[in-house]
Design a protein around this ligand. Structure first.
Ligand SMILES: Cc1cc2nc3c(=O)[nH]c(=O)nc-3n(C[C@H](O)[C@H](O)[C@H](O)COP(=O)(O)OP(=O)(O)OC[C@H]3O[C@@H](n4cnc5c(N)ncnc54)[C@H](O)[C@@H]3O)c2cc1C
Length: 398
């Protein structure tokens, strides 16, 4: 039976990085994936331009940008494999990139350049990869120290097994629950999982109104409790999307409301008071239409009871309008789910993993990396940085 030092399940971002690092250390490595191609999520990421890291995904700046039941867990790997290290590899491969906003680095060209780079580095490190190969069974080998892995094509053994099979998001791209099943099989705990970085949906009545705004984008501050994100908000025919909504979806829970400030840098009160003086007969919705998309101003007027001539609005009423515009309260009923979620929140419980190596505390030789672990980054390159850093950390130890 063929034997490898390290077998890695899942040829996504974390699995490829783990393979590169283990291979560079001279370990014999087999990387297995049931998909036709490696790095399918990298290929479609960042709108096809791969937001491959964020310059702020460091322990100094990014401490609060990784959600987990143990918010400190990710810091060890992130402090040892930094965005600068990944950027250096990108530069070495001649891949040009730009910062779009908020520290987010995107390729200038297609995202497939990142896959080509990782595949090239794997080749250099001597990693063997088999695709279109499923995993039927994993168990301890006869020695009790290694693992026996039954693939759809062959049986192999290994000293170390790295599980990098990702989360549940986008099942049609190959996501399965294998990582969670293996964690449970080997006695590791799981935290609750849910779709994150996902558009939010609304009940039919509210949706019918929002649908009218489909396609409109606005800069907004979206809040849930004390957490706020100021980024674009997009009205769609299914509800709300755009970066600010995707970000808040990681914090929102069923039954909660979110607050939307559609005029983050405008003094709506000032605009309305000036209009009251200059054009008192003009409708409030028309005035708002000078600072907001017109259709949106119209809907807000109806929704928030802000109709009538601006001249008829007392100071008190104008203050109320201003207040409503700063915190338009909406109650989503759900999300679009794993079908469109960029990531899965929750996963393998970090209490059962060593933060330095990503190794299972009670199962020597078993490692979990990337999205399958209960670590979820903000939108904007944080999730890939976690995949690189956790894959690298396990590749160093496996
Ligand atoms: C549309 C979209 C856009 C995104 N854009 C960005 C972005 O720009 N920046 C960013 O930081 N993050 C982005 N993300 C998130 C990012 O893609 C993930 O965080 C990252 O891919 C996780 O890496 P991973 O290696 O842990 O898992 P994955 O990349 O999901 O890889 C898991 C691999 O395991 C394989 N696998 C699963 N089950 C089995 C099985 N049973 N047998 C064999 N193989 C199996 C899969 O085929 C897959 O190749 C995006 C996600 C999506 C869906």
């Amino acid at each position: 039976m063929p034997h490898y030092d390290v077998v890695i399940l899942g040829a996504g971002a974390a699995g490829m990085m783990a393979g590169i690092e283990a291979g560079r250390r001279g370990r014999s490595v087999l990387l297995v994936d049931h998909a036709k191609y490696a790095g399918e999520k990298i290929r479609i990421s960042g709108g096809g331009r791969c937001n491959f890291t964020n310059v702020n995904a460091t322990i100094e700046k990014g401490r609060d940008r990784f959600l987990s039941q143990n918010s400190r867990f990710a810091l060890s790997a992130l402090s040892r494999y930094t965005p600068d290290m990944f950027i250096a590899m990108v530069r070495d491969h001649g891949i040009t990139f730009h910062e779009k906003t908020l520290g987010q680095l995107f390729c200038d060209g297609p995202a497939t350049q990142i896959n080509t780079m990782l595949l090239g580095e794997m080749r250099k490190a001597g990693v063997t990869m088999v695709l279109e190969t499923g995993v039927e069974k994993v168990e301890r080998d006869e020695s009790g120290d290694g693992f026996a892995v039954q693939l759809t094509t062959s049986s192999i053994t290994c000293d170390s097994l790295i599980v990098a099979t990702g989360g549940k998001s986008i099942p049609k791209m190959g996501a399965t629950g294998l990582g969670y099943q293996l964690a449970t099989q080997f006695g590791l705990r799981l935290t609750d999982t849910r779709p994150a970085l996902v558009p939010l949906t609304f009940e039919t009545g509210a949706l019918d109104k929002l649908k009218e705004l489909s396609g409109i984008a606005a800069d907004a501050i979206v809040s849930h409790g004390k957490t706020s994100f100021e980024e674009a908000l997009l009205f769609t025919h299914r509800g709300l999307s755009g970066p600010s909504i995707l970000q808040i979806s990681s914090y929102w829970r069923e039954g909660d409301a979110i607050a939307v400030d559609l005029l983050p840098h405008q003094d709506a009160g000032e605009v309305l008071r000036a209009a009251r003086k200059a054009t008192p007969k003009v409708q409030v919705q028309t005035v708002l239409g000078s600072v907001l998309p017109k259709k949106l101003a119209h809907l807000l007027g109806e929704e928030l009871d802000m109709t009538g001539m601006v001249g008829d609005f007392s100071d008190k009423k104008l203050a109320l309008v201003e207040q409503k515009l700063k915190a338009w309260t909406l109650k989503p009923v759900g999300s679009e789910g794993y079908r469109t979620a960029e990531v899965t929140l929750g996963g393998v419980d970090t209490r059962d993993l060593d933060a330095k190596t990503l190794g299972a505390r009670n199962v020597p030789g078993l490692f979990f990396v990337g999205e399958v672990v209960d670590v979820t980054g903000w939108l904007g390159g944080y999730n890939f940085q976690w995949a690189w850093a956790s894959g690298w950390a396990a590749g160093q130890a496996a």
